[in-house]
Write a protein that binds this ligand. Structure first.
Ligand code: PEP
Ligand code: MG
Length: 618
């Protein structure tokens, strides 16, 4: 129950409805890998939390409503336990038993009853406030164990709220998906994906979503195969159905035959072996035959991805999306927390550099704590914004919410002595915003100096180039920052005017659109003219199909999902930079994305011959 309108990471299960015969569905290949498993269909219908003052005479009936909703939740949990016992899922049964204890705990029930009785609040609001209060108490304790208990309370509260709402009362109770399940959902938030990773699900399949939506990016980071944009897959699958998910081809097979299951299990094993073979070159540099050297770095969302990134041969972190760690938080992250996380990351990445992107909150990365901020109340980065992608998000939100921004910057500065830190500002639209962000950074440095707190003196400060306006003034920006990194996920979204989360316009997401290539070229030239390195950290950098184009566009560094590093490295080590530049010259003269793509595919035929089924298909 992170906010009145959001449901938590555990979900109501849609009942069984097996498809009758084998069926192949095509979607968007969002995260590579093959999985065979049983479906777990989740239903994220929103829970309503109305707020109402009730007259004194309604108090007794409101108390009865509460009691009934609690008893109903108890019954639902009991029924679910019985079902799970039949399938030997004892681990989940234990979780449900813990939920039942919380359900009847006096700390949950008594304050809720008191609010109804004394404050004359309706049952939904009284319960919501109680759960919020308990969660805040857990938040104040800085231990993993208590954070987990906090979400248990949240799930139980949510279930009772469902029962209080007649439109959701019939829903089955919230249960975690079993390990090895294929999760099927209409859509998932990044926070949901983190929880699914913790539950060790085998694959994710969704109706909505795009290749560069943040849930897809997280699925890649966690190595969970995912197919998104399947439109109506939730209607065709029931919990318990057997599925094959091919995250490379963007395909889902419903009701597969025994032979298909064997075939895909074999494919999965063979892919795994070939990736292992590529990792033999882990330590080798990404150097072309004619000795051009490109830095290959990894994008991460969570500090614990660092060892995987290094294992895949990344030479540092080119993009650490720092906001993901805090997406389920009710309270603002404190300076000390930033410091501790950042110190852990720079230490583990050293001697390589670690690039910390400052908070890029908003759109699908909305943390509950945002609702509490003063500035946000005036134009919230929440559902209430008509155009969140063009709204109060990312750096503009940080410039408005200086307290939140300064806590992060001070934490990062304090951690800088423990490794090679680089700071990067997202969504910079022009020089003025860059100056404003740098001024706040300077203010933080000045404060730390006055407080006698040491920090590194040579922290490079860079920007992401992800808006057409930044491309057009890249020459000015390059003079005022230390490095630039092109974020193609947003650059494509904003220049082609297509919502990266919307599966219906997914087909327009074309990294090889001539406008995109020209923008990349312009940015690289502007950076180089100012003597600055230019990187790319959007998903375009992760696909080996584009590696030679990016080499020819003279990018200095490519930062990508860790698992892509060995594939991209393999292509670059076989390539010639001179030839790549000539190829790009030709491509830049072609009029459409389709023409360019045909030429690139033709050129890449030999390079990709044995990598084709390891990369996501477009
Ligand atoms: C991008 O926009 O390309 C990028 C790397 O940032 P994010 O995907 O987090 O928006
Ligand atoms: Mg971006």
């Amino acid at each position: 129950m992170p906010s009145p309108d959001e449901s938590g990471p555990f979900f109501a299960v849609k009942p069984l409805s097996r498809p009758l015969s084998t069926e192949l569905r095509h979607g968007i290949a969002a995260s590579p890998g093959i999985a065979v498993g049983r479906a777990f269909v989740i239903d994220r219908r929103r829970i309503k939390v109305p707020k109402r003052h009730i007259p004194a005479e309604e108090v007794p009936s409101e108390l009865v409503r509460l009691d009934e909703a609690v008893s109903q939740a108890d019954l639902q949990l009991e029924r679910m336990k019985r079902k799970l016992r039949e399938t030997d899922e004892e681990q989940t049964v234990v979780i449900l038993e813990a939920y039942q204890l919380i359900l009847h705990d006096e700390h949950m029930i008594n304050p809720t009853r008191r609010r109804i009785r004394d404050e004359k609040m309706n049952a939904e609001w009284a319960l919501f406030k109680t759960v919020e209060e308990i969660k805040a108490r857990f938040d104040a304790i800085d231990q993993e164990y208590f954070r987990e208990r906090r979400s248990d309370v949240e799930f139980v509260g949510e279930q009772v709220l469902r029962n209080l709402d007649s439109s959701t009362a019939a829903d089955a109770p919230q249960v975690p998906p079993p390990q090895g399940a294929v999760v099927v959902a209409r859509d998932l938030s990044p926070a949901d994906t983190v929880h699914l990773h913790k539950s060790m699900v085998a694959a994710i399949v969704t109706d909505a979503g795009g290749r560069t939506s943040h849930s897809s990016i997280l699925a890649q980071a966690f190595g969970i195969p995912a197919v998104v944009g399947l439109d109506t897959i939730t209607a065709a699958i029931g919990t318990g159905d057997l599925l094959i998910v091919d995250g490379n081809r963007g395909e889902v097979i419903l009701c597969p035959s025994h032979e298909q299951v064997e075939e895909y299990r074999f494919k999965a094993r063979s892919q795994h072996q070939r990736i292992e073979a590529l990792l033999i070159d882990r330590e080798a540099p990404a150097e072309t035959k004619d000795h051009a050297r490109i830095g290959l770095l990894a994008n991460i969302e969570m500090p614990d991805e660092v060892p995987y990134a290094l294992d895949y041969g990344a030479e540092g972190i080119g993009l650490y999306r720092t906001e993901f760690l805090f997406l389920d938080r009710n309270d603002l992250p404190r300076e000390d927390e930033h410091f501790m996380h950042a110190r852990g990351v720079v230490r583990r990445v050293a001697p390589f550099p670690a690039t910390f992107r400052t908070f890029d909150l908003g759109v699908d990365k909305v943390a509950p704590f945002l609702a509490k901020m003063a500035g946000v109340a005036m134009g919230a980065p929440t559902d209430s914004e008509p155009n969140p992608a063009l709204g109060l998000r990312s750096l503009r939100l940080c410039l408005r919410e200086r307290g939140m921004f300064k806590a992060q910057l001070r934490g990062l500065l304090r951690a800088s002595l423990h490794g090679r830190m680089r700071i990067m500002f997202p969504m910079v639209s022009g020089v003025q915003e860059l100056r404003a962000a740098k001024a706040i950074l300077e203010e933080c440095k000045e404060e730390l100096r006055r407080e006698g707190i040491a920090f590194a003196q040579d922290i490079p400060v860079g920007i992401m180039v992800e808006m057409p306006s930044a491309v057009m003034v890249a020459d000015h920006l390059a003079r005022e920052c230390d490095f630039m990194s092109i974020g193609t996920n947003d650059l494509i979204q904003y220049s082609l005017a297509l919502d990266r989360l919307n599966e219906h316009v997914g087909y327009l997401y074309q990294p090889l659109h001539p406008a995109v290539l020209r923008m990349v070229k312009r940015t690289v030239e502007a950076g180089h003219a100012a003597g600055k390195r230019v990187a790319m950290c959007g998903e375009m950098a992760s696909d080996p199909l584009f590696s030679i184009v990016l080499l020819g566009l003279e990018l200095d560094d490519l930062s990508m999902s860790a698992a892509a590093v060995p594939l991209v490295k393999r292509v670059l080590r076989e390539a010639h930079a001179g030839e790549a530049k000539r190829l790009v010259q030709e491509l830049l003269d072609l009029p459409s994305a389709e023409d360019i793509e045909a030429a690139v595919r033709d050129y890449m035929k030999n390079y990709l011959a044995d990598l084709e089924d390891l990369r996501p298909q477009r």
